[in-house]
Write a protein of this length. Structure first.
Length: 190
């Protein structure tokens, strides 16, 4: 297959003036395996049929995540479903934002570029970073490589996360589940 285009993007990123993302003093050190942020999370939790993603804090404020594509993740025969790939990137990007900035945030916008097919049986190595902060708006981007950290780029994504107060989750979510969530060791607990 010919080399995929380096970029199919024409719009600047981040799309607004931002400040450099200063990692939180309690951000995990490089080499730290990142904890499951919520055991019922479809992305990283121990959920049947979930993505079971695992992430590690890397050097230079990069977060490395792996998504092992199984038969349960198919769209076309033998190939990963694009929506599930977007989900994997939502998780990887959210993990970068949550762990580096330690600010509760939700995905406001998520865009993906699918550059190469991702086969069942492959592992996508996703590297995510926070690109900039503008008040509550937290911009992050990621790329996913096939089979190895230096494999071919198959997917790129970028996202806007919006910082929210914990009332976001109590108002719109399940307060009992949130109570359980906040009892998770090392969780963000303002
Ligand atoms: C998740 C737990 C986190 C807890 C912390 C643990 C961390 C642990 C570590 C890590 C693991 C995390 C891994 C998880 C990964 C998965 C995350 C998800 O799946 S999140 C679920 C999907 N997303 C939603 O359900 C949002 C639904 N939307 C909303 O609730 C609202 O629309 C919200 C909060 C996003 C914004 O609403 P407003 O009323 O608070 O604020 P307004 O004024 O509308 O927006 C604020 C600014 O953002 C811009 N904005 C908002 N959405 C935008 C968009 N789509 N495009 C462009 N700009 C947008 C606006 O234009 C505004 O900008 P201007 O301040 O005026 O400059």
């Amino acid at each position: 297959m010919s080399e995929a285009p380096r970029s199919r993007r024409s719009t600047p990123w981040p799309p607004v003036d931002t400040e450099s993302p200063a990692p939180h003093p309690d951000a995990p050190r490089p080499g730290t395996k990142l904890a499951v942020h919520y055991d019922q999370c479809f992305g990283c939790g121990d959920v049947e049929g979930g993505l079971h993603m695992r992430s590690t804090m890397g050097e230079h404020a990069l977060v490395h995540s792996q998504f092992a594509v199984t038969e349960a993740h198919q769209g076309a025969p033998g190939l990963a479903h694009g929506g599930l790939l977007a989900c994997a990137f939502d998780e990887a990007l959210g993990s970068a934002v949550g762990n580096l900035l330690r600010r509760p945030a939700v995905t406001g916008k998520l865009e993906t570029d699918f550059l190469r097919p991702v086969p069942v049986g492959s592992t996508l190595f996703i590297t995510a970073k926070v690109d900039g902060v503008a008040g509550r708006k937290l911009y992050a981007s990621a790329e996913g490589r096939l089979g190895a950290e230096d494999g071919s780029v198959a997917v790129r994504a970028r996202a806007l996360f919006v910082e929210v107060g914990f009332e976001h989750f109590t108002t719109h979510g399940d307060p009992d589940a949130l109570t359980k969530f906040r009892q998770t060791p090392d969780q963000i607990n303002p």
